[in-house]
Design a protein around this ligand. Structure first.
Ligand SMILES: Cc1ncc(COP(=O)(O)O)c(C=O)c1O
Length: 406
């Protein structure tokens, strides 16, 4: 910049002779400028690569989407502001007047709200199926179904989806299969390799791993489908912030290690809980007692995941005693953090569901969902054992074996 032209609002130009940074720089710029209109036209004509306006894309988003696409085996990937905006973008880009939706009856609470309230409000009918029972697929997935939404392992009951049959039913109806792979992660299962058309992640969770950002990812192998989604993201403003992408890419470096450790902790905790007299029932696909254990072994050969749910005997008194005593284990509605976190779905994600409906899908009042962190298991063991013992004390004279049959 010429000295006479200096002003605090004049943009400085990044020197070209910088050494290359080892860690990816954060590019927070909203705009990317070009030497002239011809250069920018070359970008629009895909002759050169680059960015113009951050709502349409930015370096941190592109770098993160590339890595996630590599992990999921997707040809194209896009980032969005949250997991929910990724799911919404997929629906809004493919649905046309007259289309209907098919969805698993057990989904993350907001996903359930999207398909049971918000999209029907716009005129799209949703029909539900039980993802672990293929006999229910044919009635819900029909020729007017445009898109099918399912998770691989359901929240919070950890039921395993009959994936092969589901992919076949979607294909038969010529419907797109969108898989929320958040719980399972790309290290557990790759839906695109098994017949899904779209895979999504709440990158907020295990992939970024530190509970300090909201982010979503959508990947697919059909460039036209993905271009339509990309357009919806930019038009409806579902775009991801560069800062969140930058932070998530940093978190992703340790994902493999975190996943391995959390998965080991989950298995050990499930074993511990199954033996404890204060525990009525343990839901973990890695346990032989789990109704989908055989399917889980086939579908998830790399492990059974990082989540465990269990029913604490007693009622709210015991639940409160357990949670208060488990002071090192935060109570709250997220998962996939470096720290172990617990939540009671009946009072968080599924609190708006009528009690009878909630019980019908197995979510008992005292169901506690655990998202395993990467702590040494001895710490987790001590915290859970102490908290279960404290909860047992509040039962007084009641024999915990008889208090509530799970
Ligand atoms: C399985 C699953 N899918 C989607 C979401 C939504 O993600 P986000 O909170 O990033 O919008 C969540 C959030 O908890 C989730 O658990």
């Amino acid at each position: 910049m010429k000295k006479s032209h200096r002003s605090v609002v004049r943009r400085s130009i990044t020197p070209e002779n910088m050494g290359r940074p080892l860690s990816p720089p954060l590019a927070s710029s909203v705009m990317y400028h070009y030497e002239n209109v011809s250069q920018m036209q070359s970008l629009h004509d895909n002759e050169i690569e680059g960015f113009t306006y951050a709502r349409d894309g930015h370096p941190n988003g592109a770098a993160l989407a590339d890595k996630l696409s590599w992990m999921e085996g997707a040809k194209v990937g896009v980032m969005t502001a949250s997991g929910m905006s990724a799911i919404t973008a997929a629906f809004l880009s493919v649905l046309r007047k007259g289309d209907s939706i098919a969805a698993a009856s057990q989904l993350y609470g907001r996903s359930l709200k999207l398909v049971s309230d918000e999209l029907p409000r716009l005129g799209f009918e949703t029909r539900f199926f039980d993802a672990s029972d293929p006999a229910t697929f044919a009635d819900s997935i029909t020729p007017d179904t445009r898109i099918v939404l399912a998770e691989i392992v359901s929240n919070p009951m950890l039921r395993v989806t009959q994936f092969e049959a589901l992919a076949a039913a979607a294909k038969k109806a010529d419907a797109l299969l969108l898989v929320d792979n958040t719980f399972t992660t790309p290290n557990g299962f790759n839906p695109l390799a098994h017949g899904a058309d779209l895979v999504m992640h709440s990158v907020t969770k295990m992939l970024s791993g530190h509970s300090d950002l909201n982010l979503g990812y959508l990947g697919g192998n059909d460039p036209e489908l993905m271009a339509g989604i990309d357009d919806v993201i930019a038009t409806m403003g579902f775009n991801a912030s560069p800062y969140s992408c930058w932070l998530a890419e940093r978190g992703l470096n340790t994902f493999d290690l975190r996943f391995r450790q959390a998965q080991e902790n989950a298995k050990k905790l499930a074993d511990l809980l199954e033996k404890h007299p204060m525990v009525g029932k343990v839901h973990f696909p890695g346990l032989e007692s789990h109704s989908d254990h055989a399917l889980a072994k086939k579908l998830l050969p790399k492990g059974f995941g990082t989540m465990v749910s269990f029913v604490l005997k007693g009622d709210r008194t015991q639940a409160d005693a357990f949670l208060t005593a488990a002071e090192n284990i935060p109570y709250g509605p997220t998962l996939g953090d470096v720290a172990t976190i617990v939540v009671m779905p009946a009072f968080s994600s599924h609190r708006k569901l009528p009690r009878e409906e909630r019980l019908a899908i197995g979510i008992e009042d005292n169901l506690i969902r655990v998202s395993l962190g990467i702590e040494d298991f001895e710490l987790i063991e001590r915290d859970f054992s102490d908290a279960l013992d404290q909860a047992a004390l509040t039962l007084g004279a009641v024999d915990v074996q008889d208090s509530q049959p799970g």
